[in-house]
Design a protein around this ligand. Structure first.
Ligand code: IFM
Length: 462
């Protein structure tokens, strides 16, 4: 049928979550503290002082949660592993009880015919490592590789995909430069150094995994968006390109080409020096990977700064350093995160990545939206905005596929409503509604719709 968009036969439909956002059980079975335990318990850091102490209580409810996944017809499930459950001190003794939780989870997922994809680092760094400098300490990259080896040995025979890092731009520049995320540091130079050590950790982890998890596909997930210049003026076009250097190329170029973008590197080096990059690092970071995970939510319209900027220092804010005066408001409707809804941005991004980085297999490892969801008197959650959002983005991905983009699958963010970091529980991204008082799970209309999409491997043209 002409108005049906059918996906490739082996296209993988999934949903994603992350450990700190859903597990709860913050102090159980020997788990150590993570930087998010510390940060969320620091007054003023999260909305209403919300923490992940209980979250969706998934740690205790994982078996019934996997039944929900199966009911949805998920073909793949992306979750993340809490590093401090495995290494309470970040390094040293392995906590077998922590590892057992993930063994049980992966077995349960497999028993229901779902392919498990594990992310090793979705922001919950062991606090013990933060106490030694966190990602500013080069040794953290090696500890990460040790942790990767342990996971590869324990689960490598059963995992389909291993994703080393989730969104290193966020862990570094939001954790170490804006300070909105744990560990809450505010220094532009620290963001640059943390980003390098994260990338180094990625490269070292790939090396570790290659030895022990031979049947897994190994990759990394980055959050990307290609900016639109506000006008076609040379200055605005340059500002948009600078935005893409900072957000996209700063991570894609080292991982896939073995080098940082030269212009931005020069600017960063003028702030922090160049001794954080050691000989051989770029080769390590450029390790061969099997796929690239892309998280996409929105894109910016960017205009060049009208006033000359102050000389940059390490205390310059990320916004000022971006050298854009104005991120022009989109006319598009927004989600409750205030993110404009722009499905074409996903199409353009997938095509841009393919064009600039070759035929590497791609997955959309996160895409989704937060809206105001509530349970009505009949016990249903009618989230038609989320259905529209997903349908628009699936159609954009389909268009990219038709144009030859090597997209292998799609993970909706998120399976459940969950702890949205500094925004606490105020943002509901789930296909499944969570009543945080009772821990009841309710499939939203979008979940029923997604189930149909998966079973038919097709959507209506929006
Ligand atoms: O909830 C987050 C997730 O942890 C990482 N990517 C973006 C999501 C929505 O903000």
């Amino acid at each position: 049928m002409e108005n049906r968009l059918v996906f490739p036969q082996d296209f993988k439909w999934g949903a994603a979550t992350a450990s700190y956002q859903i597990e709860g059980a913050a102090h159980e079975d020997g788990k150590g503290l993570s930087i998010w335990d510390t940060f969320s318990h620091t007054p003023g850091k999260t909305l209403h002082g919300d923490t992940g102490d209980v979250a969706c209580d998934h740690y205790h409810r994982f078996a019934s949660d996997v039944k929900i996944m199966a009911d949805l017809g998920l073909q793949a499930y992306r979750f993340s592993i809490s590093w401090p459950r495995i290494f309470p001190d970040g390094t040293g003794e392995v906590n077998e009880a922590g590892l057992d939780f993930y063994r049980r989870l992966v077995d349960e997922v497999l028993e229901h015919g779902i392919k498990p994809a594990a992310t090793l680092y979705h922001w919950d760094l062991p606090q013990a490592l933060e106490d030694q400098g966190g990602w500013l300490n080069r040794a953290t990259s090696s500890y990460f590789a040790d942790y990767a080896r342990v996971i590869g040995e324990a689960l490598g025979d059963r995992l389909e995909n291993i994703i080393t890092l989730n969104e290193p731009w966020v862990s570094s520049f939001i954790g170490y430069t804006t300070g909105h995320h744990a560990p809450g540091k505010q220094d532009l130079g620290d963001g640059v150094i943390a980003a390098h050590h994260l990338l180094l950790g990625h490269g070292l982890a790939v090396e570790s995994l290659r030895g022990v998890a031979k049947s897994c596909e190994v990759g990394i997930t980055v959050n990307l968006s290609v900016a639109i210049p506000a006008t076609s003026s040379e200055l605005d076009v340059k500002a948009a390109s600078r935005h893409d250097d900072q957000l996209d190329r700063w991570f894609l170029d080292p991982v896939l080409k073995g080098q940082y973008p030269a212009g931005l590197l020069k600017e960063y080096v003028s702030l922090v020096g160049d001794d954080f990059i050691h000989e051989g690092d770029m080769t390590t970071i450029n390790a061969d990977i099997d796929f690239l995970g892309i998280n996409y939510y929105t894109r910016n319209i960017v205009a060049a700064r009208k006033q000359p900027h102050e000389p940059w220092t390490r205390q310059t804010s990320l916004g000022d350093f971006s050298d854009v005066d104005d991120v022009t408001p989109h006319a598009a409707p927004r989600t409750t995160k205030e993110w404009p809804i722009d499905p074409d941005g996903l199409h353009d991004l997938l095509v841009w990545v393919s064009k600039n980085y070759g035929a590497i297999p791609l997955y959309v490892t996160e895409n989704g939206a937060a809206f105001i969801d509530y349970v009505d008197q009949s016990g249903s959650v009618h989230d038609s905005e989320r259905v529209d959002y997903l349908q628009g983005h699936f159609a954009a991905a389909h268009r990219a596929l038709e144009e030859g983009v090597n997209l292998r699958g799609y993970f909706v963010w998120s399976l459940f409503d969950n702890f949205e970091w500094a925004d606490g529980y105020s943002q509901r991204f789930g296909l499944v509604f969570i009543d945080y008082h009772t821990q009841e799970r309710i499939m939203k209309d979008s979940a029923h719709w997604y189930k149909l999409v998966i079973s038919e491997n097709a959507i209506d043209q929006p």
